[in-house]
Design a protein around this ligand. Structure first.
Ligand code: ZN
Length: 131
C-alpha cells in the first residue's frame, strides 16, 4: 500500500495549480476502508485563498465518506513536510497520530517515513475541560 499511496501523491503533484509559487505538491491519504484520496495545491491570485494539497485530499476523503486517515503521502520537489495548518487538519481525523505513517517523497522518488505524531507532537485537540 505504501508504494501505491506514494505513487498516487506523485501523480496528484503533476496536477497542481501553482502558478504563483511554482511549488507543486501532491498528497494522498489512505482512509479506514483502504481507499486512497488525492489532492494537489490549488493556488489563487488572492494568496490567502490558496488550498494546500493535504487539505485538498482531506476534503475529498471526508466528502467521500471517510472519517479516518490511516496513512499520508506527500510529494514535493524536495520532500518537505506538510505545513502547520495541514498537520492540524490531519490530526482531526487521526486519533492516534503516532500510528499514522507520513511518507515524504521528493522529485527523485526518495522518501522519508515519519509519523504524524512525530511531526506534530503537541497538536491541539480542542478545549481542555476544567474541573
Ligand atoms: Zn498545508
Amino acid at each position: 500500500m505504501e508504494v501505491g499511496l506514494i505513487g498516487a501523491a506523485q501523480i496528484a503533484r503533476k496536477r497542481a495549480y501553482c502558478r504563483y509559487s511554482g511549488y507543486a505538491v501532491g498528497a494522498a491519504l489512505l482512509d479506514e476502508s483502504e481507499r486512497i484520496h488525492v489532492g494537489c495545491n490549488v493556488e489563487n491570485a488572492s494568496y490567502g485563498a490558496t488550498l494546500c494539497a493535504e487539505r485538498s485530499a482531506l476534503a475529498r476523503l471526508v466528502s467521500e465518506g471517510g472519517r479516518r486517515v490511516r496513512a499520508v503521502a506527500v510529494a514535493t520537489q524536495d520532500g518537505a513536510p506538510p505545513c502547520g495548518i495541514c498537520l492540524q487538519s490531519l490530526l482531526e481525523f487521526c486519533p492516534d497520530p503516532d500510528q499514522v505513517p507520513v511518507y515524504l517523497v521528493d522529485a527523485s522518488g526518495k522518501s522519508r517515513n515519519l509519523t504524524l505524531g512525530s511531526l506534530v507532537p503537541y497538536g491541539f485537540r480542542g478545549r481542555t475541560e476544567r474541573a
